[in-house]
Each structure stands twice: as C-alpha cells, then as structure tokens.
Write a protein that binds this ligand. Structure first.
Ligand code: GGG
Length: 351
C-alpha cells in the first residue's frame, strides 16, 4: 500500500481545530481509497516560541525535508508574539527554503454558498509569487527610537522568480479556460512592475493560445468584485497576491472557504498546504471555526501527492455538505458538526 508521510503543524489559535478536522477527513478518505497517510505532528507555534525563543527549532527545515508534504493550520498569536516574528519565523522560511514558489488559491462558490455578490458564478485561480517580492525581508531600521528614525523595506524581484511564476500561471491558464491576468502597478512602480510587465510579454510569446491581460492591482481588485466571472487565472506578486486572495476569500463566502497550496513545482522539496486564514484569536477555543478551507487544502495536498480520485472524493463530499446548508453560515455549525457531515458524506459515497 502506498504511504504518504505528512508533517502536521497545527500552529496557533483555530489552527489546531481545523487541522484536526482536516486530518480526520483525510484519514477517512485514505482508509477507503487504498493508501495510507502517516502523520507526524510538530508543536511549532507562538507557544513554542514562548518556551524556546524560536518558532521552530534550528534544524526545523531539515526535519521537514524528509516528508512528502506539510499540512499547516494557522500561525500567529499577536497578544504574545509580534506577527512579524511569527510569520518570518515559520511560514515564510518554509516557503522560501523549499522553493514553494507557487502559492495557489482557488476562489469559487461551493454549492449552497451565496457569498456577498450577485454574481452568477465565478472560478478564479489566483497564483501568488511566494518566495520574494515585497515579502523578501530585505531592509532595516536606522536611528531607532529617535526623531530621525528610518525604516526601509526593499521589495526584491529577480528575473528567475518572476519568469517562473508567470510561466507556471500560463501553464495553468492553458489547462483551464485559456485566460491569464497579470497583476501590475507599473504606472507607479516604475522599476519592479515595469520589469514584471516586460517578463509577462516575454513569457506570453511562448503561449499564443493564452489570452493575456495586464491589470493594475487597484483595477483588478474592483473587477474581482464587479465582474469576477471575467477572470480565470490571476498571477500576482507576493503582496498583491496576498491582498487579492482575501478579496477572493470574501467573494467566495469568507475565509472559512479559502484554501491554498504552496507548491514546489519541481518537487525537489515538500510542498505545504494551508488555509488562507490565520489563527483567528477572536474565535479560538469556541469550536466554531469553519474547517472547510483546511479540508479543501487537504484535497489539494492529495491531488499533489497523486491521489487524484481521493482528492475529487473530498471535494465532492464538501460540496454535498454545503449543498444542504451545513457550514455555509459563519458560526452556525460547529467545527465538529461540519467535520462529521463531511466524513459521513465520504463514507456514504463509498457504499
Ligand atoms: N494559514 C496560515 C496562516 O496563518 N496564514 C495567515 C497569514 O498571515 N499568512 C500570511 C501569508 O500567507 O503570507
């Protein structure tokens, strides 16, 4: 029997609830699909930071390298650890070290979920550059604590990273509806985004079958709300993609539905799967976090691991549950109730 080794990092706040839920669903589908998932849990989180002074041990990356994939819940507990420390101590180093350069976030309505728009339907795949750009961490502060203090945050755009993310986007567009939106702001950012546009045109020449349009980030933000059905694949830099995918989450009914995959397309290291949402301290411990985003991310993990049928079964189970109104209204159904309904749908689909 095929066994996939999965590193589980529940993280902070609702991260544990949603990871437990997704893991129960994934174990159910594995047990009924003829493969095994072997999970190893790591307590890396803000609580771990409080105990050790680090978000993960010094050899954390090397420890994770031996796994087939990583399933992560949420990171951040700002009351105790600054968000800049928790993000730069766990999530961003994993994405960079494992060259998970493509952050993929699907935005569509599950059956029975209305979302805030009157849109008939939409199916957007946002692809966010995940290793550099505005989240490079390059910069510093001088004259700290004085009137003359200066903070510099330098966005890094390399030809290698911009070209590979655009190429990845064009491949996805080719496999979908053949439309690619390249997100820019080259009227204002006359170095990095002019460079981004040049590389978009260069890569586009290799994909004459894909219809490519460059949108300024402000214009595409409005378009995602006013005409989301006009978009197919959207490729953006790290910061622009982070922001646009919160809009994507909002129009698909909320962050409880927004899944994501941090993919190393060359498979030289494990990829990581996580909901778009964070640790949600306001609802942590209440048992009402929507686990669907993490379950959907788990389906993306199965797909990446080659368990395509199992991934499709999880998505069908999620859809059948939302179609009867379970998990569609924030806070109405408990995490446990939603998880039990998805597991029941999976089990009955095998009968
Ligand atoms: N689900 C992982 C998590 O905690 N995400 C919250 C967050 O702030 N992410 C930042 C990012 O995706 O770059």
């Amino acid at each position: 029997m095929n066994t996939h080794k999965i590193a589980l990092i529940p993280g902070d706040g609702i991260g544990r609830d949603v990871t437990n839920a997704a893991w129960a669903v994934l174990q159910t589908v594995a047990n009924t699909s003829g493969f095994a998932l072997e999970g190893t849990e790591f307590p890396w989180s803000c609580a771990f930071y409080k105990q050790t002074g680090r978000m993960m041990p010094e050899d954390g990356i090397e420890t994770l390298r031996g796994f087939d994939a990583i399933l992560l819940g949420a990171v951040g507990w700002p009351a105790e650890v600054p968000d800049s420390v928790s993000l730069h101590g766990l999530l961003l180093p994993i994405r960079k070290a494992f060259v998970q350069y493509a952050n993929i976030r699907p935005h569509r309505l599950l059956p029975g979920v209305e979302g805030p728009l009157k849109a008939e339907g939409f199916d957007i795949l946002c692809i966010r550059e995940n290793t550099e750009g505005e989240y490079s961490g390059a910069g510093g502060r001088v004259h700290q604590g004085t009137e003359d203090e200066v903070a510099v945050e330098t966005a890094i755009f390399t030809r290698t990273a911009v070209e590979r993310i655009l190429r990845f986007g064009f491949e996805q567009a080719r496999a979908r509806r053949g439309k690619l939106a390249s997100v820019t702001k080259s009227n204002a950012q006359k170095h990095s985004m002019v460079f981004w546009d040049e590389i978009t045109r260069k890569v586009a020449a290799d994909y004459p079958d894909v219809e490519v349009t460059s949108y300024h980030v402000d214009a595409i933000s409005a378009r995602m709300i006013m005409a989301p059905e006009s978009l197919d694949v959207v490729v953006a830099s790290n910061l622009f993609g982070d922001i646009l995918t919160d809009i994507g989450a909002a129009i698909q009914g909320g962050l409880g539905f927004a899944a994501s995959a941090n993919i190393n397309p060359g498979r030289s290291a494990p990829s990581m799967f996580e909901p778009v949402h964070g640790s949600a301290p306001d609802i942590a411990g209440k048992g009402i976090a929507n686990p669907m985003a993490t379950i959907w991310s788990g389906a993306m993990m199965l797909d990446h691991l080659g368990e395509k049928d199992a991934a499709a079964r999880v998505m069908a189970a999620l859809s059948s549950v939302t179609a009867i109104g379970i998990g569609t209204v924030p806070g109405k159904d408990s995490t446990d109730a939603i998880t039990a309904a998805v597991i029941a749908a999976l089990t009955s689909s095998k009968d």
